[in-house]
Design a protein around this ligand. Structure first.
Ligand code: ATP
Ligand code: MG
Ligand code: MG
Ligand code: MG
Length: 471
C-alpha cells in the first residue's frame, strides 16, 4: 500500500518529536513577520531566522515544522516553472527539522538517512547525495552511512550547495542535498529528483555582503512534501499524487458540465497544472491576508490569479470557474491540516470571484489584440511582440507582463521588456494610474474586511500535528 500525504506529515513529525525530542512548531504565515527583505515565506527556516544568529533566544533547541511556502518572487521564484517541470509549485509544504546549537552535521545526516530508508523505507540504492566540494566533513559523514557508496556522493559547487534565503542579509551556509533516482533516462538532468536539502548554517551574510561566522553551527532542513509524495506513490510528477487528485477530478467535472471537452490526461497541456497550482497559491495567500493590488505582494497574487484565468481560457472556459474548484481544494486537505481554509472560505472565494469578474471581461479582448501579432514578423524576421502592444495589454487590459511573456514564449516569441519598461516609466511620469477602476473594487472590499477584523495579521495557525489542536 502506498503512503498518503497525511501519513507522510504524521510520520515526519512523529519521527522528530517522539524519537528525537524536537518541538513541533506550527507553520508561520506566508507573509514573513517583521521581515522586509522577503516577499513571502519561502522555506521552513524563515520563522526561525533570528535563532540561527542568536541561538540563546530560541525557545527550543530543536524544532520540526511543516511550513507553508510560496516561491513566486525574489530569489526563489518558481512561477515560470509551474506546469513545465515535474517538481515545482508556487505554493508547497516544506517538512523540516532544525537545530539551534543542539546537534550538528553528523546527527542531521544520520536522522535524514534513517527517516528516508527506515521510516518510510525508500530503497537505499535509489538515493544519492551532493555535498559542497569543500565540505569534506559532510562527504565523510555520508560515506560512513550504511548503503552510501562513494560513487553516490557527488561533490558540487556553491550554486547548488551553498544555501541563502534571499539576495540580502541573512543566515546561510553549505548544504547537502538528497536526490531520488527516477530511473528515467529520458528526463536528462531531471532523472535525479531533489527531495531534501540539509543546510548547515555556519555564516551570516551581512548588509555589506560579507560572510560572518555564526557563534555555533545550526541545522536547517527542508523537504518538499509534494515531491516526497510523488516518490512514495511512484508517480512521475508531483501533480499525479493524492495532493492534487481531488482538484483535477473537480476540474474535469466542471469542464464537462460547462460543455468543454476534457481528458483525464493531466499532462496533455500545462494549463490544468497551472490552474490547480495557482488555486492553492491564491487561496493560501488570501487566507493569510494578501489582497490583490497593483503593488508588492498584492500584485504577485493578482498575477497568479490572472495566469490561472488565462489557463482556464486556454482550456475553453468563457465564464468564471475558479471558485467552483474551491471545494476540491478543501477535499485535498480533508485530514484537517489547514482548518482555516475551510473557516475562511467565504471571504477567500469573494476575493477570487471579484478578481475573476474584473479580468474575465478584458481577457478575451486582450487576447484578440495579441493573436494577430503572432501572424506577422517584423522585417528583420524577429519574433518579438511590439512594446506598445505589450504595454497596452498591461495598461488597458490588466495583463501582467509576465503573462504576456508566458503567452509569447508558448509560441517561441519574445517581448521587449526594456522598451515596455520605458513606456511604463513614461506613464508614471505622466501620473496616470493603471486599471484603477477594477482594482478599487477589491480594495474597498479588503478595507471592509479589515474593519470587520476578518483577517488576522501575521500569525501562524497551523494545526499542531500531534495534538490536533489548532490556534
Ligand atoms: P530545485 O533545485 O528543485 O528548484 P531548490 O534547491 O530550489 O529545489 P531548496 O531551496 O533546497 O529547493 O528547498 C528545499 C526543498 O524544498 C527542496 O529539496 C524540494 O524538496 C522543495 N522545493 C523547493 N522548491 C520547490 C517548489 N517550487 N515546489 C515544490 N517543492 C519545492
Ligand atoms: Mg529551486
Ligand atoms: Mg536545487
Ligand atoms: Mg536545494
Amino acid at each position: 500500500r502506498q503512503m498518503t500525504t497525511p501519513e507522510l506529515r504524521r510520520d515526519f513529525t512523529e519521527f522528530f518529536v517522539k524519537e528525537h525530542g524536537h518541538t513541533s512548531v506550527k507553520s508561520s504565515s506566508l507573509i514573513p513577520h517583521n521581515d522586509k527583505s522577503l516577499m513571502f515565506t519561502n522555506a521552513g527556516m524563515v520563522q526561525f531566522k533570528e535563532y540561527f544568529r542568536n541561538p540563546a533566544v530560541a525557545p527550543f533547541k530543536q524544532a520540526t515544522s511543516i511550513q507553508k511556502c510560496m516561491r513566486a518572487g525574489g530569489k526563489h521564484n518558481d512561477l515560470d516553472n509551474v506546469g513545465y517541470t515535474p517538481r515545482h509549485h508556487t505554493f508547497f509544504e516544506m517538512l523540516g527539522n532544525f537545530s539551534f546549537g543542539e546537534y550538528s552535521k553528523s546527527k542531521a545526516i544520520q536522522m535524514a538517512w534513517r527517516f528516508l530508508t527506515e521510516v518510510i523505507k525508500l530503497p537505499k540504492d535509489r538515493l544519492r547525495v551532493t555535498v559542497l566540494a569543500s565540505d569534506q566533513e559532510s562527504y565523510e559523514l555520508w560515506r560512513d552511512q550504511e548503503g552510501v557508496p562513494e560513487d553516490r556522493i557527488i561533490r558540487s559547487g556553491a550554486k547548488d550547495n551553498f544555501w541563502t534565503m534571499g539576495e540580502g542579509a541573512g543566515p546561510c551556509g553549505p548544504c547537502t542535498e538528497i536526490f531520488w533516482d527516477t530511473l528515467n533516462d529520458d528526463l536528462g538532468e531531471d532523472r535525479w529528483l531533489e527531495i531534501w536539502n540539509l543546510v548547515f548554517m555556519q555564516h551570516y551574510r551581512n548588509d555589506q555582503g560579507e560572510l560572518e561566522n555564526l557563534p555555533i553551527v545550526c541545522v536547517d532542513t527542508g523537504m518538499g512534501l509534494e515531491r516526497l509524495a510523488a516518490v512514495v506513490q511512484n508517480k512521475e510528477n508531483n501533480f499525479e499524487t493524492d495532493v492534487f487528485a481531488p482538484m483535477f477530478e473537480g476540474l474535469h467535472k466542471i469542464m464537462t458540465e460547462a460543455g468543454i471537452e476534457s481528458s483525464r490526461d493531466i499532462n496533455a497541456t500545462p494549463h490544468k497544472k497551472i490552474i490547480v497550482d495557482h488555486l492553492r497559491a491564491m487561496s493560501f495567500l488570501i487566507a493569510d491576508g494578501v489582497i490583490p493590488s497593483n503593488v508588492g505582494r498584492g500584485y504577485v497574487l493578482r498575477r497568479i490569479i490572472r495566469r490561472a484565468l488565462r489557463s482556464g481560457n486556454q482550456l475553453g472556459f468563457t465564464k468564471p470557474f475558479m471558485t467552483e474548484l474551491y471545494p476540491y481544494l478543501l477535499e485535498s486537505f480533508n485530514d484537517g491540516s489547514y482548518p482555516d481554509m475551510e473557516a475562511r472560505q467565504d471571504p477567500i472565494k469573494d476575493v477570487i470571484r471579484q478578481e475573476e469578474e474584473i479580468f474575465m471581461s478584458t481577457l478575451s479582448k486582450g487576447l484578440a489584440l495579441l493573436e494577430p501579432v503572432f501572424k506577422q514578423k517584423d522585417l528583420s524576421g524577429a519574433k518579438q511582440v511590439p512594446a506598445d502592444i505589450a504595454f497596452k495589454l498591461y495598461d488597458t487590459f490588466g495583463f501582467p507582463l509576465d503573462l504576456t511573456v508566458l503567452i509569447a514564449e508558448e509560441r517561441e516569441w519574445t517581448v521587449d521588456l526594456v522598451a515596455v519598461e520605458a513606456l511604463k516609466q513614461k506613464q508614471r511620469e505622466q501620473g496616470r494610474a493603471s486599471w484603477k477602476a477594477g482594482s478599487s473594487l477589491v480594495l474597498a472590499k479588503a478595507q471592509e474586511w479589515k474593519e470587520q477584523g476578518i483577517f488576522p495579521t501575521f500569525s501562524g495557525y497551523h494545526r499542531d500535528m500531534l495534538t490536533g489542536q489548532s490556534s
